[in-house]
Write a protein that binds this ligand. Structure first.
Ligand code: ATP
Length: 361
């Protein structure tokens, strides 16, 4: 259903995505998982023909997003990270409006709007103005507008973001109920939320895929070895030095670095230590010898989060364009989505111009 081959997307000098290659089969529910700034939204926007690729190729249902963007748009439904809703319209009016924009007749649009309301459990509020709905309901309207024209592919950018726990469960159920009728790609920065909904995860880090597979596969590959969770008191530097004296361990702080370092020695930290054996006795000896107070120590804990942090990294490292050895992209000026494909990294000027053309079209 989707084939992404060596995709790059630059914003000026900044590489937001690339090199990115993956494929998604018809009917799959796939999660793009990554920390803020990893490139999820950019990748989805390229798939949705909302942004031109700087290089590489993207095909949706066999159609190239650059060559035939209008054809591609017909077969996709897209929920951007900020759902495009008109608050003064009722849910029904809005869905009919979107269906009309999609080229359906008024009669057909009303039928499809009613159907979309049912699928997304919005029938009860169909005549309410959108502004009066809770955030969870507004997200559902966002999904309803994405599927009102019965697309083959749904692209949902952070559909779970900002929902309360009850709404999260409802959204998960909704997404599960869509399984089978659509191929779905959704993005999230929350492994737990996304792993329960998706068949497969693509972990994006710094614009490229750092791992893919089911949650179990990702865990199996990464969680080999013994994990030890500790709560200790002391400065990060002393803790690092102490843990570093134990052979063959890796250390991960789960508590954020304090801005005020004046009282560092009195700070409590939660750590994850990974080793190829049970190093608890060595660890305690090393910490105590370094005058670090040990409050708790046990095996395991935070596994999902640990997997995610290992795969996705801990920060959005700004990436810059490699200087040499690339082939510039050329362009079909004046056509909607009018850039031609290139198989290697792009030239910045071409990219900027392509986006300007896109906005104007
Ligand atoms: P988030 O979850 O925070 O939305 P993301 O994984 O969706 O993050 P993107 O929004 O795709 O990531 O951003 C990827 C990188 O591109 C980031 O470094 C971001 O600052 C940068 N970026 C995104 N949009 C633009 C833009 N319009 N102009 C310049 N840089 C941008």
């Amino acid at each position: 259903m989707i084939v992404v081959d060596n995709l790059y997307k630059y914003y000026g000098e900044r590489r937001a995505v690339g090199p990115l290659s993956f494929s998604i089969d018809k009917g799959e529910v796939v999660g793009l998982l990554g920390l803020n700034g990893a490139g999820k939204t950019t990748a989805l926007r390229v798939l949705a023909c909302d942004l031109l690729p700087s290089a590489g190729s993207v095909r949706v249902d066999g159609i190239d997003v650059v060559d035939q963007p209008h054809e591609v748009r017909r077969c996709i439904g897209y929920l951007p990270d900020s759902p495009p809703l008109y608050g003064d319209m009722s849910v029904r009016e809005f869905l009919v409006f979107v269906a009309r924009l999609r080229g359906l007749s008024t009669k057909e649009s009303i039928l499809r709007a009613t159907e979309a309301e049912k699928v997304t459990s919005l029938s009860e509020v169909a005549l309410e103005p959108i502004y009066s709905l809770s955030h969870g309901y507004k997200q559902r309207v966002g999904i309803a507008q994405a599927l009102v024209h019965r697309p083959k592919l749904l692209l949902l950018d952070e559909p779970i973001l900002g929902l309360d726990p009850v709404q999260i469960v409802e959204m998960r159920n909704l997404l599960r109920s869509l399984r089978g009728d659509f191929t779905i790609v959704l993005s999230s920065h929350n492994l737990k939320e996304i792993s329960e909904t998706c068949d497969r995860l693509l972990v994006i880090r710094d614009g490229t895929i750092s791992a893919s597979g089911t949650e179990a596969e990702l865990s199996e590959n990464l969680l080999r070895g013994v994990r030890i969770a500790c709560t200790v008191r002391g400065s990060r530097g002393r803790i690092k030095d102490a843990v570093g004296t134990v052979e063959g361990v890796t250390l991960q702080f789960e508590t954020p670095e304090a801005e005020d370092t004046s009282s560092e020695d009195a700070q409590l930290h939660t750590l994850q230590v990974v080793a190829d054996r049970d190093v608890r006795p060595d660890l305690v000896r090393a910490l105590v010898a370094a005058d670090i107070d040990v409050f708790a120590l046990g095996q395991g804990g935070g596994e999902l989060e640990s997997v995610f942090l290992q795969l996705a990294g801990e920060g959005d490292v700004p990436a810059t364009k490699p200087a040499a050895g690339t082939t510039a992209q050329t362009e079909n000026e004046g056509t909607p989505g009018g850039a031609s494909k290139a198989s290697t990294e792009p030239d910045k000027a071409d990219t900027d111009k392509a986006d300007t053309d896109k906005e104007e079209s």
